[in-house]
Structures are given as structure tokens and as C-alpha cells.
Design a protein. Structure first.
Length: 571
């Protein structure tokens, strides 16, 4: 083995091994005993550089070679030829066009520098191309990092042919390194392709023409989609093809007149469907009903061809959304508020509320403005008049019966000037908020009264309330002229019908000698032929059989009722 080292410009070459090993069987085969020396690129323009390969004393067990020393082994002089040069690597640009396309050119130094070097660019054809920078600078730190020049095609608005524009690349002599200062300027050729064509001969170049194939010098574009109306298959931008709108009998030039189910294209929303001065694409309430578009949604619940956010009656039940949502619409036109309205910059009606959670009376998760509701109607009206009875019921029927709101009221004024007050359930009244009203042990308060039943449909706020009047009057007096109080369970009491509910009164009963034997101010049909007068002579107050005379007098001055009753007991 013979060790080797390098002396001189050791960064010019490198060794793949630090020794040469000669095997016994290869002592006479030079091709088997080689040492590879590799030239190194230092990116410095320094000409040819020499390096000496120095051999050392052999290391061996062979006595013949073991006595050799370093001077007995030859040293080799190696020359590394320089391939570095001062220059620029510039990529070839791609063509640009007058439509404004661009190309990138990469620029890189070919050798290392020790001071900053600036490169200036000069545009020889500013009418054809534009440069993004006027200069770039390389430093010792970034000399080998490519930098870029962006070139953009410029439209000269002339019907000319393609043009070969030029850019001059030149080293700035006041800021450069060594021989870079001596580099000659370089000319870059950039083709700028002409795009100034006018296919339809309407005086507008194709690259600016919004309808290339059909002459349209005024460039009408109603929906603002960049396609001229004469070429636009959906010129109002409502998502429905023009031909389809003709079939649908809708206006192909009105972005607010279309059938929702016919839409096959994107909706650009550039119209002003509520005419409030705010375009739909900005307007957050496109129909001014007080319900935000995001809440109404891009659906068509009633399948009438109008999406909810444009439909003033989304469920098609004949009641405006604004009213079913519980918002103000005094002039009944489906728009939030009253009269001439104002909107904010987002198209929301101001000064009239709205934009809160829409009503949902039945708590089914679907607000009433999206829930179709049939109008309620009478199936059976309550009777217009009812005879008073202590225990009585008044019944009516409506359809549909689910979801209604019923309320019985009593007139505390007069028929000419009524003052209606809601009835409430108590120990006498029940069912005051249903269509069946019941009384238990009613007193004279209800004997002569006027009631009414109001039935509302909270699911359809546009329907008028159903109202039915009921007059309660005194029943016909039915006073028997005989009874038999003998405790046999048959006709034991003097039962008067129709006495209650007629107001305050006094009932008195006399014998044939005109002596008072019974009196009551609140008769409950419980007289069993006994006396409650103080002048009774019978120990058990039982009156003898016979004829007795009664008189009923009302404190309000109503006509007196009188007659006789016969008591006959079985023996």
C-alpha cells in the first residue's frame, strides 16, 4: 500500500482514496492499480490550476519494497482546466399576446462574484410589451439563485400582425464585479401575438367583444355576466334559458319573472326584485317581507314557480308571509310596514320591526308562513237563543278542529253598546276556551245574558275570526198545581221549572185563610208541604191536605205570578 496526498491548489481536485493498494497477483497489472482524481468546479474564473499528487513510503511486508522511501516513489503533477466564465444564463421567453398574457424569463450568473452586480432592462417596444421590473441585482450571497423578469403583452388596438418586441439586457458599469463589467449587452426577442380581430365586423375587437359572432356595437349585457344579450342564452341571468321562458310564458328580460323549477343555469342574482334600489346579490330581503332570505331559503314550498325568498306567500294559503310571521303589514300588501318604506344598505326594511323568529303556533318546527293552513268554517253553529238552566251546555263545531283558538265571552254592556269580557273557567263555568261551554249550578247572573263564541285560526292570521251570538233568556215558567209529599219517591216535592235566572224574587204560599205558611227568596224546588212560617200550629210543620195559594213577586217589577197548588197525601 502506497499512501498519497495533494499539495498546491487542493480545492481544484479531489481524491476518491488516500492510498493505492497493490495486491501480489496484480503487481504487473497497472489497470488494476489506479487512483481516481476528480476535478472540482469552484465557479471562479481563475484559469488552469496545478496540483501535485505526493506519494509516501510504501507500507508492505515485502522485503524488496519495504526498504523504499518517499523519494523512491514518483510524484505526479495534475492540471485542472478552468471551465468557468463570466456570463449570463437567460432562458428563452414564450410568446405573449395582446390579450395581456405574460411570460417569465429566468436570469442567472455563470460564475461567483465578490461584489454586487446590477443588471438593467430596457424595453425597446413599450407599445407591444411591458416589464415588471427595470433592474435586478445579484450579490455574493445569491449569485447562483435565478431571478425573474415578467413580460406582459400590450394591446395596441391596431389591426396589425404579430410583432417581435425586444428587451435590452445590460450590466450596469457602475455596480458590477470584475469582468462582468465588460460583458456586452444582450438582446431578448419576445413575440407579441396580435389578437385584434373583429369577427362580426361590429367595430369591436374580439378580445373585448362580449358577443364575437353577432354584431352588437352597443354591447348590451343586462345580467352583467360578460356575455352580450344577443349571444346570451339566459340574458336576464335568472337561471332559465330564454327559449324556456318563452314556453313558460315568463319574461326572458326580467330576472324576477321566472319559474323556479325551470332553472337549469346558475342564478347571478343581479336584479332588484323588490324595487328597493338594492340589487338582489346585496339585498338580504329580496321581497321586503321582513323575513331574511337566508331564513326563507332557496326553495319553492308551494310549487308555484317562485322561490320562497321572492314569494310573498310561500305556502300558498292566501295569507302573506309577513302576516303569518307575526310582523306588521297595516296596508295588507305583503310588504313589511306601511306606505312608502325605507331600506338600509343591505335591503332590510327599517323602522317597522321584523327580522325576528317567525311565529310557529303549533310548535311543529315549521313556521306558519311555510305551513299551509285551510280556513276554518262552521260545521254547527251554536243556538242563537238558549233557555236558562242551572246546568246547561252550549255546543258548536268547526272544521278543522285542530289548532284553533276558541273563546267564550259575555256582554257586560248592553245589546246596543256591548262590552265583551272573556269568560274564565271556575266552579260554575267550564270549557270557556273550547267550542262547548258548560254551566254547573248557575245563578241568576246568567239568567238573562248575551254570550258570543269567537274562533280564530292562529295558523292563518289572514282569516277573519268566526263569531256566533247566543242569547240566554229565562225559561218558560212551569208551575204544577198539585203534588203528593208522602215520601214514596214520586212527586214528593213541588217542582217549579224556569224560575231560576229571572232575577231576585220572593215566593210566598198561603192557606185558604190567607195565613203565610211558606216563603223563599231562592227556591230550589224542594218544598215538601211543610211550613217554615212562625205561625205554624203543627209540631212537625206538616201542612194538612188541601188547597194553597202562591204568589211570586220580582224585585225588578216584572209581572207578579200567582195561582194555587193542591197537597194530597196518600193514606
Amino acid at each position: 500500500m502506497i499512501p498519497v496526498t495533494l499539495t498546491g491548489e487542493t480545492d481544484e481536485v479531489s481524491l476518491q482514496a488516500t492510498f493505492v493498494l497493490i495486491e501480489q497477483e496484480n503487481w504487473n497489472l497497472p489497470e488494476e492499480n489506479t487512483l481516481v482524481v476528480v476535478g472540482q468546479d469552484d465557479f471562479i474564473v481563475d484559469g488552469e490550476q496545478q496540483v501535485t499528487l505526493v506519494t509516501s513510503s510504501p507500507i508492505t511486508q515485502d522485503v524488496n519494497y519495504g526498504s523504499l522511501n518517499a523519494i523512491d516513489v514518483a510524484d505526479v503533477l495534475i492540471t485542472n482546466s478552468d471551465d468557468d466564465q463570466f456570463g449570463l444564463e437567460i432562458s428563452t421567453p414564450m410568446p405573449v399576446s395582446e390579450s395581456g398574457s405574460t411570460t417569465l424569463i429566468s436570469i442567472q450568473l455563470q460564475s461567483i462574484i465578490s461584489t454586487s452586480t446590477r443588471i438593467d432592462f430596457f424595453n425597446n417596444d413599450p407599445d407591444e410589451i411591458a416589464l415588471d421590473v427595470a433592474q435586478i441585482t445579484f450579490t455574493p450571497e445569491n449569485w447562483n439563485v435565478p431571478q425573474y423578469l415578467e413580460i406582459t403583452g400590450v394591446d395596441d388596438f391596431d389591426l396589425d400582425s404579430d410583432v417581435l418586441a425586444t428587451v435590452l439586457v445590460q450590466i450596469n458599469t457602475e455596480q458590477c464585479y470584475s469582468d462582468y463589467c465588460m460583458l456586452s449587452p444582450i438582446l431578448i426577442l419576445v413575440p407579441n401575438l396580435n389578437d385584434d380581430f373583429d369577427t362580426d365586423l361590429d367595430g369591436i375587437f374580439d378580445h373585448e367583444d362580449n358577443c364575437i359572432s353577432i354584431p352588437n356595437p352597443n354591447q348590451e349585457d343586462a345580467d352583467g355576466d360578460g356575455i352580450g344579450d344577443l349571444c346570451d342564452e339566459d340574458r336576464d341571468g335568472d337561471g332559465v334559458l330564454n327559449n324556456q321562458e318563452v314556453n313558460d310564458n315568463t319574461n326572458p328580460d326580467d330576472p324576477c319573472d321566472f319559474l323556479f323549477e325551470s332553472a337549469t343555469l346558475p342564478f347571478n342574482n343581479l336584479g332588484d326584485c323588490d324595487n328597493d334600489g338594492v340589487l338582489n346579490n346585496i339585498d338580504t330581503d329580496d321581497d321586503n317581507d321582513g323575513i331574511a332570505d337566508t331564513v326563507e331559503g332557496n326553495f319553492d314550498v308551494d310549487q308555484d314557480g317562485i322561490p320562497n325568498y321572492l314569494d310573498l306567500d310561500s305556502d300558498g294559503d292566501g295569507c302573506f308571509d309577513v302576516q303569518e310571521a307575526g310582523f306588521e303589514d297595516a296596508d295588507n300588501n305583503g310588504v313589511l310596514g306601511e306606505g312608502s318604506i325605507e331600506v338600509d344598505a343591505q335591503g332590510r326594511v327599517i323602522n317597522f320591526g321584523g327580522y325576528t323568529q317567525p311565529l310557529n303556533f303549533d310548535d311543529d318546527g315549521i313556521p306558519e308562513y311555510l305551513s299551509f293552513s285551510s280556513q276554518i268554517s262552521w260545521i254547527t253553529l251554536p243556538p242563537t237563543s238558549v233557555d236558562f238552566n242551572e246546568n246547561m251546555s252550549i255546543t258548536a263545531q268547526v272544521s278543522p278542529a285542530v289548532g284553533i283558538r276558541a273563546q267564550w265571552q259575555i256582554n257586560e254592556g248592553s245589546p246596543e253598546a256591548p262590552l265583551w269580557q272573556d269568560l274564565e273557567d271556575d266552579f260554575i263555568v267550564s270549557g270557556s276556551q273550547t267550542t262547548q261551554l258548560s254551566f254547573t249550578n248557575a245563578d241568576s247572573t246568567f239568567g238573562v245574558a248575551q254570550l258570543r263564541l269567537r274562533v280564530e285560526n292562529p295558523l292563518n292570521r289572514c282569516q277573519e275570526t268566526l263569531v256566533a251570538l247566543v242569547d240566554i233568556g229565562p225559561s218558560e215558567l212551569r208551575i204544577p198545581n198539585a203534588f203528593s209529599p208522602d215520601n214514596d219517591g214520586v212527586n214528593d216535592f213541588w217542582v217549579i221549572e224556569g224560575l231560576g235566572g229571572r232575577g231576585e224574587y220572593s215566593l210566598r204560599i198561603f192557606n185558604r185563610w190567607e195565613m203565610l205558611v211558606y216563603r223563599s227568596n231562592n227556591y230550589t224546588s224542594d218544598w215538601d208541604g211543610t211550613s217554615n212560617a212562625q205561625n205554624s200550629n203543627n209540631r212537625d210543620n206538616a201542612l194538612p191536605d188541601g188547597t194553597y195559594f202562591y204568589i211570586i213577586e220580582w224585585t225588578d217589577g216584572s209581572p207578579v205570578v200567582s195561582g194555587y197548588v193542591y197537597i194530597k197525601r196518600r193514606r
